[in-house]
Design a binder for this molecule. Structure first.
Ligand code: DLZ
Length: 153
């Protein structure tokens, strides 16, 4: 059976990088993220806005390099349009966020919705399917605590 996740946020500092594109959705993800940080008593946090999900990774990398946060949560909403443009944005956002994490050693969490329509995105940003922003912060806390425990042996 798997270990219980360590969701104690006290003593952690978490950054949230959030995309302004589809702000009606991403502001709900941010609300969920802030709620999770309150509930898990995260010590400090910072919020950084970028234009769209494509820019999340470059900002996450710079924030992680700054060294003052234990994890970076990236929030965005990529919604299918008439062309396949959205596919490139979602794929590059995922790859870039993972690269930022691997390059810096700081957990960078993928809290980006990839949906067919706004209805699906609303359901996953505080609707019937929960809030991906809340879940992303829990992933950040658990991973940051694991990394910290591995560093201190
Ligand atoms: C241009 C664009 C499009 C078409 N769709 C989305 C989207 O669904 N979600 C999102 O976060 N951003 C979108 N963008 C903006 C890009 O992420 C990016 O900001 C611009 O292409 C400028 O690099």
């Amino acid at each position: 059976m798997a270990d219980e996740p360590n969701l104690d946020g006290a003593g952690l500092s978490i950054a949230v990088v959030v995309a302004r594109f589809n702000e009606a959705i991403t502001s709900r993800l941010l609300d969920g993220a802030l709620d999770a940080m309150r509930r898990h008593e995260v010590g400090k946090h910072g919020v950084y806005w970028v234009p769209g999900s494509f820019e999340l990774s470059v900002a996450a990398k710079r924030v992680a390099e700054g060294g003052s946060h234990d994890a970076v949560v990236c929030l965005g909403a990529v919604i299918r349009h008439e062309t396949d443009h959205y596919l490139h944005i979602a794929t590059q956002a995922a790859a870039g966020i993972q690269r930022a994490a691997l390059d810096t050693g700081v957990p960078c969490i993928f809290g980006v919705l990839t949906c067919d329509n706004e209805e699906q995105a609303l359901a996953r940003s505080g609707g019937s399917r929960g809030n991906k922003g809340f879940e992303a912060v829990e992933s950040a806390i658990e991973t940051a605590n694991l990394i910290r425990s591995l560093q201190t042996g």
